[in-house]
Ligand binder design. Structure first.
Ligand code: HEC
Length: 307
């Protein structure tokens, strides 16, 4: 029974590892018109990975300075920016920021039950730490109308939602999913989302490049981006050298901005990564000690038995 079990288990491991390797080969072969999702090195990669708090702050500065004009973060509250394992701003810092930016939230009605004031505007109050991060547009229709019919996606989980794009270029349809899943499980790779966002930010071309797919023509009002599926994206290049000044004095390059915003978006999608990885590590230590103890016990019990 045990032998059979081990045979089955090792067969399964070999099978999944094989699939994982095969998918890497297929990926490497995919061209995709100039796409290249080189894996970046992230402070939060691997078993011991942790977010770099300074980088998350820089990422927030990029979000606040640029992306917030079009992209909402509906699942995040201002308070989240102060919590452990994130940018860890002081509460006073965020409160002061809300005040100086004059961020206001709409009220459903005033004390008298009126919905709008005499000018027809909604009633407002100053934003508090417990409020969700203010969205740039009142609703999706308004967002699309302002962006040539394209909807800037919400940023709450995009750091994870786009992981598939980066890891599995060049493999079509359902296979993409199967390979993707198996490969990520086998390799334990979880940074495909930030890799994709970084690549998206740094792969705009002013004119359609020579290695674009055959017969590609860029529709009016769109931009060529080698990383975007289909390559015609409605978003104009949002980043350029020096577009925000970092308060920590880091040199403000396009590349730096792209790295920092990608890390920030990963944190937004997975705010508890630091704690999760620490727990995982403790479990490994626990299992290692347990194994040693069990081995010792086993030796003790069988000590006097001849075999
Ligand atoms: C002027 C408005 C605007 C700004 C500013 C902006 N975006 Fe966008 N973004 C868009 C629109 C519109 C889309 C949808 C594009 C499409 O579907 O063709 C989009 C899509 C995206 C996507 C999704 C791409 C995909 O795979 O579907 C990402 C990621 C993104 N933006 C990142 C950013 C980042 C990071 C910033 C800030 C540095 C930013 N955007 C700033 C308008 C904007």
């Amino acid at each position: 029974m045990t032998v059979k079990f081990f045979k089955l288990a090792s067969g399964f491991v070999a099978f999944t590892a094989g699939l994982g390797m095969l998918s890497s080969v297929v990926m490497a072969a995919g061209d995709g018109g100039g796409q290249h999702f080189a894996k970046q090195s992230w402070s939060f990669g691997g078993v011991f990975g942790r977010y770099d708090q300074k980088q998350l702050r820089r990422g927030f500065e990029v979000y606040k300075g640029v992306c917030t004009g079009c992209h909402s973060m509906n699942l995040l509250s201002y308070r989240n920016l102060t919590q452990p394992g994130g940018p860890e701003y002081g509460e006073d810092y965020i409160k002061a920021m809300l005040k100086s930016d004059e961020v206001e939230v709409n009220l459903p009605h005033n004390d008298e039950g009126e919905i709008v004031n005499e000018d027809g505007d909604l009633f407002t109050r100053p934003a508090a730490l417990s409020d969700r991060i203010k969205k740039p547009y009142a609703n999706d229709k308004a967002a699309m109308a302002a962006n040539g019919g394209a909807l800037p996606p919400d940023f709450s989980v995009i750091g994870k939602a786009r992981a598939m794009h980066a890891n599995h270029e060049g493999i079509p349809g359902l296979f993409t999913w199967v390979f993707a899943l198996v490969k990520d499980v086998v390799t334990q790779y979880q940074e495909g989302g930030p890799d994709y966002i970084y690549t998206l930010m740094t792969n705009y071309h002013e004119t359609v490049p020579e290695n674009a797919p055959k017969d590609f023509s860029l529709p009016e009002g769109k931009h060529y981006n080698a990383a975007f599926p289909g390559h015609a994206i409605s978003m104009a290049p949002p980043l350029s050298d020096g577009i925000v000044d970092y308060t920590d004095g880091t040199k403000a390059t396009l590349d730096q901005h792209a790295k920092d915003i990608s890390a920030f978006l990963m944190w937004a999608a997975e705010p508890h990564l630091n704690a999760r990885k620490r727990r995982g590590f403790m479990v490994l230590i626990y299992l290692a000690i347990l194994s040693l103890l069990l081995y010792g016990v086993k030796r003790k019990i069988w000590e006097d038995v001849k075999h």
